[in-house]
Write a protein that binds this ligand. Structure first.
Ligand SMILES: C[S@@+](CC[C@H](N)C(=O)[O-])C[C@H]1O[C@@H](n2cnc3c(N)ncnc32)[C@H](O)[C@@H]1O
Ligand code: SF4
Length: 378
């Protein structure tokens, strides 16, 4: 038998207690009976996925995302963890659960620890109560601080989400975020620039003039300011939107940027398995029907050509501070990156670092990586 590859598993938990004004993720409002049905089906889908993939992979990262996984009750969370470890060969290096700060207490953390979670990702967004209220968040700054402290005390790694470029937000708020994260001993921060999505309450408020969106220039200033504020506190920006201390990289997400295989289960979850990208249906009914059919339903199945794989490899690696490993690129594709992309490299010479066998976008230009990377897509 060929050597088993390492892979990650992502489970999508599409329930939230309330809807944040900016959010267009696939998620519906909490309903205990529906959540139980969903967890039962998700367990069945884990078994279906195992039939297809358990012999090919060793699962080394797990990520429960949403929606809000922390709204599941303790038994449901434990059942999902158990189903994965029963169905797959696991050698878990990192197991992250996204949590709302308002859901965290000692009992919840105990369940997370018991099921093997090593890390929580807290949807903090801001440490300013007025902004949290504008966003429709159901937690306060005090809740977020208490949740982070409790999780750190329980020896879980803690990552926090920070939103920037929000209507009414000041640069001081970004500074407050960096100061607070640092003083709490948080070692990972994901920084998201607000994207105003069609169909959201936020879009309506902006269109009606109740809130004022920041201009592109203001957004860019925010990103630059936040970048400096986190770096001054000792965080390393290792990916366009992700900062950490002491090498505490998000291993599951690093897998996405390095094109490691992952199996995404639950409504709307995406997968990359053996050169194929596919996703689960967005709707609950289609998802349930898929599981009832007894086979994994692969919507929008895309069988990647070698050119697709090469382009994805370059595009995703360029998001990383460390960029692309040119020797590995050669081993995989038999092509020298510097020769293959000579024209794009020459055009972007002042934005790129090509040294120690790696090709990376210089720190100062990572924020505008999209326009640089476009030249590498032929
Ligand atoms: C899918 S959410 C999951 C986390 C969890 N549901 C929560 O909000 O606490 C992941 C993160 O994406 C970010 N996010 C969601 N919608 C966004 C938007 N429209 N613009 C920018 N960031 C967004 C938020 O920071 C959020 O914490
Ligand atoms: S941001 Fe998170 S908690 Fe808020 S509605 Fe979206 S998924 Fe739910």
């Amino acid at each position: 038998m060929s050597e088993r590859e390492k892979a990650g598993i992502y489970l999508h938990i599409p329930f939230c207690k309330s809807r944040c004004v900016y959010c267009d993720f696939v998620s519906s409002l909490c309903n205990p009976a529906h959540q139980q049905k969903y967890v039962d089906y998700l367990c069945r889908q884990i078994r279906l996925a195992a039939r297809e993939y358990a012999d090919s992979y060793i699962v080394d990262t797990l990520y429960f995302g949403g929606g809000t996984p922390s709204v599941l009750d303790n038994g449901q969370l434990a059942a999902l963890g158990k189903e994965i470890s029963r169905s797959f060969n696991c050698d878990i290096r990192e197991f992250t659960v996204e949590c709302n700060p308002g859901d965290i207490d000692d009992a919840k953390l105990q369940v997370l620890k018991d099921m093997g979670a090593t890390r929580i990702s807290l949807g903090v967004q801001s440490f300013d109560d007025a902004l949290l209220k504008t966003l429709g968040r159901r937690h306060s700054a005090k809740d977020a601080i208490a949740a982070a402290k409790l999780a750190i005390k329980r020896e879980l790694d803690v990552s926090v989400d920070c939103m920037i470029g929000l209507p009414g937000q000041t640069l001081q708020d970004a500074q407050l975020f960096a100061d607070t994260a640092d003083s709490l001993g948080i070692e990972h921060v994901s920084v998201y620039m607000l994207s105003v999505e069609d169909g959201t309450a936020l879009k309506k408020m902006i269109d009606e003039g109740a809130l004022t969106a920041k201009s592109d220039d203001e957004q860019a200033d925010f990103y630059e300011f936040a970048y400096r504020a986190f770096c001054e506190k000792g965080f390393e920006r290792y990916e366009v939107s992700n900062f950490c201390k002491y090498g505490k990289y998000a291993l599951h997400n690093l897998g996405y940027w390095r094109r490691k295989d992952y199996i995404g289960l639950g409504v709307a979850a995406h997968s990359l398995t053996m050169g194929q990208r596919w996703r689960n249906p967005d709707g609950f009914d289609e998802f349930y029907a898929g599981v009832d059919s007894g086979r994994l339903q692969k919507s929008d199945l895309q069988i990647l050509s070698e050119k697709d794989v090469r382009e994805e490899t370059v595009m995703l690696a360029m998001r990383l501070k460390n960029g692309l490993d040119c020797a590995e690129y050669y081993r995989k594709f038999g092509l020298k990156f510097e020769e293959e992309y000579a024209a794009a490299i020459a055009k972007n010479a002042s934005y790129l670092d090509l040294k120690d066998g790696r090709a990376a976008i210089k720190d100062d230009y990572l924020a505008v990586m999209n326009s640089i990377v476009a030249d590498f897509l032929k």
